[in-house]
Design a protein. Sequence first.
Length: 397
Amino acid sequence: MYKDFQAHLKSEIKSIKDAGLYKDERIITSPQRADITVKGGKKVLNFCANNYLGLSDNPRLIKAAKAAMDKRGYGMSSVRFICGTGDLQKELEKKIAEFFGTEDAILYTSCFDANGGVFEPLFTEEDAIISDSLNHASIIDGVRLCKAVRYRYANADMNELENCLKQAQKQRYRIIVSDGVFSMDGNVTPLDQMYKLAQKYNAMIMVDESHSAGVVGKTGRGTTELHHLRGKVEILTGTLGKSFGGAVGGFVTGKKEIVEILRQRSRPYLFSNSIPPMVAAAGIEMFNMMSRTNKLQDKLHANTKYFVEKMKKAGFDIKPTQSAICAIMLYDAKLSQQMAAKLLDEGIYVVGFYYPVVPKDLARIRVQVSAGHSKAQLDRAITAFTKIGKELGILKK
Ligand SMILES: *Cc1c(COP(=O)(O)O)cnc(C)c1O
């Protein structure tokens, strides 16, 4: 059998390559941080990690992780409800709920799992899930695993959402589901308007704070902080794999009965291993740091503002952003790839995105700013962008 199947796979791989969509991995041989070394020894400035607070190589988190390994060992070797729950995992859940101002939290090994496991235990074919068209793949998959009736509205389009809510009055329970920050444009979901609609049409809300936690809001508490709705949203999901140190782990936080049911019925929680003690301990240390100071958030906000203003001044077309994601619009797929390659030669690591990742003719370079970037590093990036922008005729000479 495999011979035929192999030929089939090979032809699939070829068609991916022919379409120019084959993904190569760039190998990093240093810790993840602002200045990284890639295989071959080249040193580059990293502007494409989700390391928004620069915590991926933070000494305090590393120390906390090492100490936990000495005290609690390496792994848990169990799902949570059999014997995979340690004091550290419980403490981390408490910290997550405190951070977001919610009632309780439940950990998963990733946010992909959290989103995969959150819908099916809560909603049935009698209910409605109303989802933003640009929601993350894990939300889409999670919704697929659930029998609820699905509605979809165009990205952040509150008129379409209202129409969906009207139609969904037929169902028993309704929940609006959205990413907090959309990763290609950097826009924040209009949670204030969503909340008003939810009140008007008797619906609940779930926000995935993966790209917004640690970033959005004055103290980085996410979209509910930005829109003054702390504690008002029924479900938040998020990851420990981006702002929060960048290791692994995901969570659902929100109303306590929701979390309680998930502990009973959520399949990725019931049938997959617990996060290791070192990750829990580093997470606790990270939330302790956040509760003491907003220094990193302040730095991130200042860095983002600085970068966007300078780039605009240089003449680049940048999408309005409310996060640390800056989309530098080029509107041409080939140009986006050329530009990313030339920037890499200049020691600036960014990624160009084009169809089908973003709509046709909306090709761009995405820059992710971090609190871990120094002003000098931001200046180096801006200088390189300007130089290559002129070379490629994007900017006037
Ligand atoms: C990154 C991301 C995830 C996945 O998080 P992991 O913890 O890496 O699985 C889920 N949702 C959104 C919106 C994300 O950006």
